[in-house]
Design a protein around this ligand. Sequence first.
Ligand SMILES: [Mn+2]
Length: 430
Amino acid sequence: MRYLPIPSDFFAANRKNVSQRLEPGSVALVCSSYQMPRNGDQYYPYRQNSDFFYLTGIEQEKSLLLLAPDSLQPEYRELLFILRSTPKMEIWEGKKLTLQEASEISGIAQVYYLDELEGILDRLMAEMDGLYVNTSLIAAESKHPLSQDAMYAEKLRIRYPNQGYRSLQTILQALRLIKSDIEITLLREAIAITRETFLEVLQAIRPGNYEFEIEALIYQGFIRRRASGHAYEPIVASGANACYLHYTRNCARCQSGDLVLLDFGAEYANYAADLSRTIPVNGRYSKRQRELYDSVLRTFYYARSLMKPGITINQLNSEVGRWVQEEHVKLGLYTTGSIKAHQGENPLWHNFYMHGTSHFLGLDVHDVGTKDQVLQPGMVLTCEPGIYIADEGIGIRTENNILITSEGYVDLMENIPIEADDIEQRMHHT
Ligand SMILES: [Mn+2]
C-alpha cells in the first residue's frame, strides 16, 4: 500500500454499524470488485468496490464478506473469504494476502479461502432467515454485467430460492454519507496532496504547453505524494475546450491569452479530492476574464454560505440559480426583460451554467447520497459553480470540498488559492 495503514477499528466499527441495522436473523453478503478485462490477458487497474473497502480495508480481488450478527455460532458472525493463491499466480502477480494478513487489515478474526464459502454458507442459511445482497437500487445498475454483487446474488437466488432478499444499499449509503474522523483525515490528506500539486502547476505552466503536459505534471505530483493516482479522469481544458464539461482529451496547446480550466483530484487511501480552478495561461487574467472570474467567485462564496445542516442539494441549486441569474444580467448575457419573456423547460441561466452546484464526496468522487438528502454534520460535498460562454470561448469553474458541521461548514480547501490576485501572484508571467 502506498498510503499509511488505516486502523482496523475503523472497518470493524463500520461492520458493527451495518450489523446493528440488519433485520433480526438475517445474513449480509458483500463482494469485492470484479477484475475488469481489457484486452487479451490484460486487466484494467484494479480498484476495490468502495462498500467492500469501507467494511474490510481489503484491496484484493475475489474477496467476500459475510455478516450474520445473530448466528448462534459466534464464529459465523463475521467472516471474510479471500482467494487461495498458487505459486504460479504469485510468480506473475506477486504475493497475495495470507489469512493472517487479511485478518490484521480487516480486524476480522475468521478468515477463510473462497473455496470454503459454499459449505459455510449452506450451514449458515439453514439457521438464518433472509439475505442482504449489495446490489444497486437503480434498476439499470443492478443489471450491470460486471457487478460481482449482482452476479453472486443470481447464484444465491438459485441456491436458496426460499430466502427473502433485500439490498444492503440503503443501510450502506446512510452510513457512508456521514464521515467519521478517520475519513475526514484521509480526505484532508487527498486534499493536501491536490493542493501541493496545484501550487506546482501554478508555477510551471507556460504558454505553448500542451494540456497533456499539465496532466502529466499533476499525475507526477500525485503519485510522488503517495496518492494512488487521479480520483477521476482529470480535465485540463484550455480556451474554448472548457465549455465541454467533461473534456478529458487534454491534447490541445495552451495559448497565451487563454484560460485553462483544471478539474482534478488525488485519490488517497481510496478517498477522493475534487478541485477545480481556472487560471490564465500567461499569468494574467484579461479584463473580461477577470470580470467573469470574479462573478463565478461571488457565486461560489454565496453557494458556500448556504451550506449548513437542514438544506438539500436541490434547494441549494435553486437558490444558486436565482443568484446566478442576477450575475448573468450584470455581465450582459441577457436582460431582466428577456427572463420574463423566456419560455421553455429550462431557465435562461441554464444556457451558461448547465450543471449542479454540489455532489457528495468520499470514497467515490460522486459519492453516495441523493439531491434531496437533508445535509447533516459530517457530510462532505463539493461547491462548484461555473460559467460557460461558448460564443466567447470561455469556461470557468471554481470548486472546493466542504465539510458540513453543526455550526455550518468548514471549507477543507480554504488554503488553496482561489482569489484572482492570489492566483496571479503565484504564477510565472510572460
Ligand atoms: Mn466535482
